[in-house]
Design a protein around this ligand. Structure first.
Ligand code: MG
Length: 160
């Protein structure tokens, strides 16, 4: 068996008034927050899916269905902790994760260090093994109109 596995994750949430904006386990001050069954942390959800995909272990919807009241308003840091347990039980350790957020505003740069520290802490990996970037959508499409936020992530798993 190949001792490495790569995984990819994508997520999107609507942005609405009256919700907090959680990104990468950090509450980011913003006019609008992401709508969802859980805290709607699009970045952590994409990372969860990248990790689960690499392990061939389904996706976030399989493990934490939004039809299950147990995950209502769930803290996505807890979901990431659970995902780490699932892939560890399957015999994998995390090599690195890399992710890109796509949203018009607010500016993400001031929060990137806190996001990386949070994710590295949960996954038990070095800070240098967590990449977080952000870009706008140049005013185009639903992201450009401020109607939603997207995240893409890749993860490398290494056989424990
Ligand atoms: Mg999601």
């Amino acid at each position: 068996m190949t001792p490495f596995r790569i995984g990819y994750g994508y997520d999107v949430h609507r942005l609405v008034e009256g919700r907090d904006l959680w990104l990468g386990g950090v509450k980011v001050p913003a006019e609008k927050g992401a709508l969802g069954h859980s805290d709607a942390d699009v970045l952590l959800h994409a990372i969860c899916d990248a990790l689960l995909g690499a392990a061939g272990s389904g996706d976030i919807g399989t493990h934490f269905p939004d039809t299950d009241a147990a995950w209502k308003d769930a803290d996505s840091r807890d979901l990431l902790r659970r995902v780490k347990e699932i892939i560890s039980a399957d015999g994998w350790t995390v090599g690195n994760v890399d992710a890109t957020l796509v949203l018009e505003k607010p500016k993400i740069k001031p929060h990137v260090s806190a996001m990386r520290e949070t994710i590295a802490g949960i996954l038990g990996i070095d800070l240098s093994a967590v990449g977080i970037k952000a870009t706008t959508n140049e005013g185009m499409g639903f992201v450009g109109r401020g109607e939603g936020v997207c995240a893409h992530a890749v993860a490398l798993l290494v056989r424990a």
